[in-house]
Design a protein around this ligand. Sequence first.
Ligand code: SF4
Ligand code: MG
Length: 328
Amino acid sequence: MSKLPVLEVRELTVRSAERTLLQNVSFTVQPGEWRALVGESGSGKSVTAAAVMGMLPQELESTGTVFIEQTDLGKLSKRERRRFCGRHVGMIFQDYANSLTPSVRVGTQLKEVFRFSGGGNKKEADARIVEVLEQAELSPQAVLDKYPFELSGGQLQRVAIAMAVIHRPPLLIADEATASLDASTSKKMISLIRNIQKQTGCAVLWITHDLHTVSRCADTVSVMYGGQMMEQLRLSGSEPAFVHPYSRLLFGSILRLVPEKRPLSFIPGDPAQISERGCSFALRCPYAVASCDRERPSPHRMTDTHEVSCHVIHQGGLPHEHSASSGE
Ligand code: SF4
Ligand code: MG
């Protein structure tokens, strides 16, 4: 079954004058898919999202291509790209309260967002706003005439979600959307987004360092480290079949946490230093060989739904007895 992707990122590289932040990152998001983009802080997840949206700070330069529904965003002017992304991508941020202007009533803000990117006339706006608030499980009467400060944290979050989906975007990008929430609120938020996804068929790019949320919602996972893509995998069954040393250490630590309450596994070395030449994980990788430092491993297809970038695996795999999930 080959569907055209909603988002296709090819060889995305982002640099500042001093350093590289993202190196040749490629991935796709299919219609209706929930893809988690995971990694420790500094791995390049948010830079990836910003580059997709054309929201990188001026001092950063990017190369590579980004397609959203077959439109090459690099061919659009800055203004066209903003409008296009405004209609095709809904963004949900960690500080959802900041997506709202404190001094403007919620209803007015929703109307402005609807009109931006040519959403339609006043009557269409009113109807759509009621519809999205209900989708976000809010009573329109309870929030439309309120100022953001009059709403609870939970209501604000739902308004931010309503705002993100107002144009029926085929793609939602959530950057650490549950990072500031307690476990039960985070669960509710995920199930709300899940419901919206079911109703609208949108795809979700779920950027997170919280691996607990990944097993709860994702269909596919892309693991990043030090500005490079390490492994991409479709999830099936109860334990993800990661083979990359970094993913195994990362996910090994969470799998251990759940049933036996063992401590998080320790990944030696400083977090996420980006290697200009080789594999970014080389400094911390227990399996590194000489070529890891010198040469960046390219993505290697294990199956149709599994891709790994690692020299040692390309040369025949990691020894099973050293696997991160076998415990030490
Ligand atoms: Fe480790 Fe080398 Fe594989 Fe990188 S390429 S994960 S350093 S073995
Ligand atoms: Mg981030």
